[in-house]
Ligand binder design. Structure first.
Ligand code: DGP
Length: 117
């Protein structure tokens, strides 16, 4: 069962209380399109249980952490990205994290530069 934090945006999307364009759902992971896409394909993969960031999730639930990555690969295939995509966990405000429920960004469909901004 998911642990829900009532004022968490992504907990509310997981619970279906806030609409989202969901592309994959399992017991542990929900994937939905980012509302402000930074690439032609921009999907967020979130654990159904609330954890503040990727490191906290990894300490609490290694299986869910791994599933974020494996589901990202499935979604990338379904979106026709042909093995070319970027996965990003922003951690902390200084790194651009704005929603404090772990989420893995899947970005693809355009060429990407390095370093990221
Ligand atoms: P980050 O900045 O790494 O914490 O990423 C948060 C992402 O969440 C950002 O790319 C925009 C996205 N986002 C914010 N609010 C919503 C929402 O209500 N629905 C959806 N689908 N995405 C959202």
């Amino acid at each position: 069962m998911a642990t829900e934090v009532s004022d968490c945006l992504f907990c509310r999307i997981v619970a279906g209380e806030i609409p989202a364009d969901v592309v994959h759902r399992s017991d542990r992971v929900v994937a939905f399109r980012d509302v402000a896409p930074q690439a032609p394909v921009h999907v967020l993969l979130v654990p159904t249980e609330h954890h503040e960031n990727a490191a906290v999730l990894a300490s609490a639930d290694a299986q869910a952490t791994a599933e974020l990555v494996t589901v990202a690969a499935l979604v990338a295939d379904a979106e026709g990205l042909d093995g070319h995509y970027r996965l990003v966990f922003n951690t902390g405000t200084g790194a651009g994290q704005s929603v404090f429920h772990t989420h893995l960004h899947l970005l693809g469909g355009r060429s990407m530069t390095w370093p990221p901004g």
